[in-house]
Write a protein that binds this ligand. Sequence first.
Ligand SMILES: Cc1cc2nc3c(=O)[nH]c(=O)nc-3n(C[C@H](O)[C@H](O)[C@H](O)COP(=O)(O)OP(=O)(O)OC[C@H]3O[C@@H](n4cnc5c(N)ncnc54)[C@H](O)[C@@H]3O)c2cc1C
Length: 509
Amino acid sequence: MEYARDDLPVLVVGAGPTGLTAALELSRLGIAVRIVDAALEPSTTSRALGVQARTLELLRPRGVGDELVALGNRASRTALHAAGHRLASIEFTGMPSQFDYILLLAQSETERVLAEQLGRQGVKVERGIRFTTLTERCDSVAVVLTARDGATETVDASYVIAADGSHSPIRKHLGLPFTGRSLPQQYVLGDVRLHGDLAEDQLSIFLATRGFLAVFPLGDKRFRLMATDPDGLTGDRDEPTLDDVQALFDRAVGRPVRLCELDWSSRFRINSRHLETLRHGRVFFGGDSAHVHSPAGGQGMNAGIQDMVNLSWKLAMVLRGTARPELLDTYESDRLPVIRQLVAMTERATRVFNSTNLLAHAVLTRVAPLVLASARVQGKAAPRLGQLSASYRRAPLASGGGRLGGLRAGDRVPDAELAGGGRLYDLLDTAAPTLLVSGPTPDEARRIANAVGPWADVVGVRTVDLPAAVAAPPGWLLVRPDGYLAAAGPSGDVRRLHGWLERWLTTPA
Ligand SMILES: Cc1cc2nc3c(=O)[nH]c(=O)nc-3n(C[C@H](O)[C@H](O)[C@H](O)COP(=O)(O)OP(=O)(O)OC[C@H]3O[C@@H](n4cnc5c(N)ncnc54)[C@H](O)[C@@H]3O)c2cc1C
């Protein structure tokens, strides 16, 4: 059986949003953690702008969501335009979340907020320290780190989190295949100030017959522009100029708008790839080291953050000896299907938007308004982009977990407002599953308490009037620290509850 060494730190390699989230979670849960990054300074570029509703739901109870919200700009919809007309939109305001928008914030700011919170928890990113090699031992992993002056150090870690980005030296060191493809289109990015009329409360996508341009409002008349350039209007400069970006804007938007103050520009191609396994022995992969894809829909950074929220509580419980080591395998079984779906969805969207075929363009501009007029499509599209509808229903951690009302084991439990104030996630223990019990008779309450008995020190029990948004009849919900449903049932049926706890948690001696 796997032996978890709680006397050794978890080593996080890479201090992008993925690594920072892992270190933040683990240190908050009392796990010794070191986080290293090869770069001497944090990145200052805007890169991933979209912080999705699900990410905010998870970061709020972890102490950073409110600050991100205060700093960012809210977009209430994505509007599609072509030939000077607005065709259709996907509205975020109907999303079943208090964060019914996409928050737009420079990635450098998101990273700063995460790193500052990490500092408040007593952990500092060790910079200028590069992962070099690792060797697995039976109960630990020895990692060689190299400082800028060439000095090496061997760290003994209980586990390693490879958050070392898309070129992941750890993935390469272990020789793991990064399955997928490189897409042919080239993209141009530019962060600019804009003089003219362009909405600041929505994402706007302008479809041209050859290529498209997407506009992300950052607030205060600043915008991120992202465009394809199938006709090579911008040459091949690594950092396109203001004139280059203006040319792409004029081609797709056709409005009298003047761009100025180009802060940052870049050119990139898209890789659409993922690992086939997120775990290699004592090494876990997350974020770009595990999956890269098109920026369509602003999903990438969010997926990395959610990877780490999924992994960290499991790792902490196993290291504390309260959960069985098999729980660690459920990181992959939960997240890999979500990642596969994400890579496929973003690749499809990229192909559609990038088509330079006139017929395809004509079909898209005619069909999009019809499709997006459907309430059913609206009801699905926005929560999907907000990463609210990802579910782990089919994963082993949900198997046999039952249901209550419309909620099935593996589903996201809504962070609903409670009648007495506060929100449902405020009731959750972020270190271990929480049992929410609603409306039991005294007899049922006793049976529930008996079922939890052996794990009473680990699993908190809260009696609650389930809010309407949860839409569940009286019963019990065993909710994971990351807000997904572990198991559920009516008050009279506690068999599943006992079964789940017995299967995944250790039984105290
Ligand atoms: C130009 C550009 C635009 C983008 N736009 C978007 C967007 O609009 N929407 C979106 O969702 N995503 C976007 N992305 C992608 C997004 O930035 C990534 O998904 C996100 O940064 C992934 O976070 P991460 O923490 O997994 O990896 P990274 O942010 O890449 O962090 C990896 C870290 O590992 C460190 N590292 C690497 N090698 C080593 C080593 N040997 N030892 C120690 N440390 C090491 C690096 O220094 C780095 O700090 C964009 C990316 C780029 C480059």
